[in-house]
Design a binder for this molecule. Structure first.
Ligand code: SF4
Ligand code: SF4
Length: 139
């Protein structure tokens, strides 16, 4: 009984060794693999992240240019970030905040035109070349 009372009194004055998460969030360490973000403007909808993700939490609709992600199935391994050819994926140093319901992330982007198509369009828009005026041919 004395020991318990002693412990209770001691716990009232000593510094707590735990935090009141999520109200008190610890400062992030460098290189923490936290929340995954996609800069959808850079995404080329190649589907590599979907193929390589070990927890199958990404789906890419290449035709509709939609990137879907389930953060609650993600294990934050960083594989998708490493293999993304457009460097559109990155991870914050903060973990995903706790929420009271499951969320799915769906991002709509724009399909990038292939460079050949772009070149063709640029060619179409070019003004017709003007023939240089020279001396009239004499016969
Ligand atoms: S790997 Fe990168 S560029 Fe390719 S679909 Fe995924 S996020 Fe987009
Ligand atoms: S961090 Fe890992 S688990 Fe999460 S989406 Fe990327 S590859 Fe999948």
């Amino acid at each position: 009984m004395f020991k318990m009372t002693h412990n209770i009194l001691r716990n009232l004055v000593v510094r707590k060794s735990t935090r009141r998460y999520p109200f008190e969030v610890r400062e992030a360490f460098d290189k923490v693999r936290g929340e995954l973000v996609n800069d959808i403007v850079r995404c080329i909808f190649c589907g590599s992240c979907e193929v390589r993700c070990p927890s199958q939490c990404i789906q890419v609709d290449r035709k509709a240019a939609v990137w879907n992600y389930d953060p609650f199935a993600c294990v934050f391994c960083g594989v998708c970030v490493d293999i993304c050819p457009a460097k559109s994926l990155s991870q914050k140093t903060q973990y995903l905040r706790s929420v009271d319901k499951r969320i799915l992330i769906s991002m709509q982007g724009e399909l990038k035109k292939k460079s050949r198509e772009k070149d063709k369009e640029a060619e179409k828009d070019k003004p017709a070349p003007v023939e240089p005026e020279g001396p009239a041919a004499t016969g």
